[in-house]
Design a protein around this ligand. Structure first.
Ligand SMILES: C[S@@+](CC[C@H](N)C(=O)[O-])C[C@H]1O[C@@H](n2cnc3c(N)ncnc32)[C@H](O)[C@@H]1O
Length: 217
C-alpha cells in the first residue's frame, strides 16, 4: 500500500532564483510545510508557507520530520537532488512517506557551462565534509570536479596538486556561482598558491595546463 503523505525533495540550483525550475515552484506552491536552510527558505518567502529551518543537524531534522502531520512536505536542497544532497539521508530516514525528487541545476553543470566545457569525461566528487582521493583521477579523466568546504577549500586542493607533482594543472575556481557577485578564477595550482581570496561557497574544476591566470567576466 502506498503512503498518502509525501515528501518532495526539490533541487533549487546554485542560488540565483533564475536557475530554479518552474516545476519546483509548483511543488512549493502546493506544499503544506517547507523545509530548508535559511537562504533557501528566503528564496520562497513570497509563498508565505509554514516552514521548518534545517540547521545542518541530520538527527534533529529526522526528529522534526517524524512529528509532522502535514500531507505534503517539500525539502529544498541546493543544486541537484542527485549530487551530494540530503536525498540519500531522507530516503533512508523517512519511511512513512512517499518520496519524490524534482531535479535542479547542479553547481557542476553551472560551472562547466560557464566555462564552455563538457563533463562527459569528468570525475565528480565532494570534499564537503569528507575526503576523496582525486589526484589519481587526473590521469584517468579529462577533468575533475570537486565540491569544497571551509577546511577542504581551493587552497587545500592547490596544495595537494603541487605536492603530487601537478603544480601546472589548471584550476577553475567558481565562487558564489549564479549570484550577482559570482567570481570565476582560472590559474595553475602553482599560481594559486601565491594568491589570497576569501571564497565562501566554492566549487573547483581541475584540468590540463595553463600559462596565465584568467579572471572571467
Ligand atoms: C552540500 S553540497 C551540495 C551540492 C549540490 N547538490 C549540487 O548539485 O551542486 C554544497 C557544496 O556545493 C557547492 N556549491 C553549491 N552552490 C554553489 C554556488 N552557488 N557556488 C559555488 N559552489 C556551490 C559548494 O562546494 C558547496 O560547499
Amino acid at each position: 500500500m502506498s503512503n498518502t503523505k509525501e515528501l518532495c525533495i526539490c533541487g533549487i540550483g546554485p542560488g540565483h532564483p533564475d536557475y530554479i525550475l518552474p516545476a519546483v515552484h509548483l511543488e512549493v506552491k502546493a506544499a503544506d510545510l517547507l523545509v530548508g536552510a535559511r537562504r533557501q527558505l528566503e528564496t520562497f518567502q513570497s509563498y508565505a508557507k509554514t516552514d521548518l529551518l534545517f540547521t545542518g543537524k541530520l538527527e534533529q531534522l529526522e526528529q522534526d520530520l517524524d512529528n509532522r502531520d502535514e500531507e505534503k512536505i517539500v525539502v529544498l536542497v541546493s543544486g541537484d537532488t542527485g549530487f551530494h544532497s540530503l536525498r540519500r539521508f531522507l530516503q533512508q530516514a523517512i519511511t512513512d512517506r512517499t518520496i519524490r525528487c524534482i531535479p535542479g541545476i547542479s553547481s557542476f553543470q553551472y560551472l562547466y557551462a560557464k566555462l564552455g566545457l563538457g563533463y562527459e569525461n569528468a570525475f565528480k566528487a565532494s570534499l564537503h565534509g569528507t575526503t576523496t582521493q582525486f589526484v589519481s583521477k587526473l590521469n584517468e579523466y579529462e577533468s575533475v570536479f570537486l565540491l569544497t568546504d571551509r577546511q577542504n577549500n581551493w587552497k587545500t586542493i592547490a596544495g595537494m596538486l603541487a605536492k603530487s607533482g601537478h603544480s601546472q594543472a589548471t584550476m577553475h575556481i567558481g565562487n558564489r556561482l549564479s549570484y550577482p557577485d559570482e567570481q570565476i578564477i582560472t590559474a595553475t595550482a602553482e599560481q594559486l598558491l601565491q594568491l589570497e581570496f576569501s571564497f565562501s561557497l566554492c566549487a573547483v574544476i581541475i584540468e590540463g595546463v595553463t600559462t596565465q591566470p584568467i579572471q572571467h567576466a
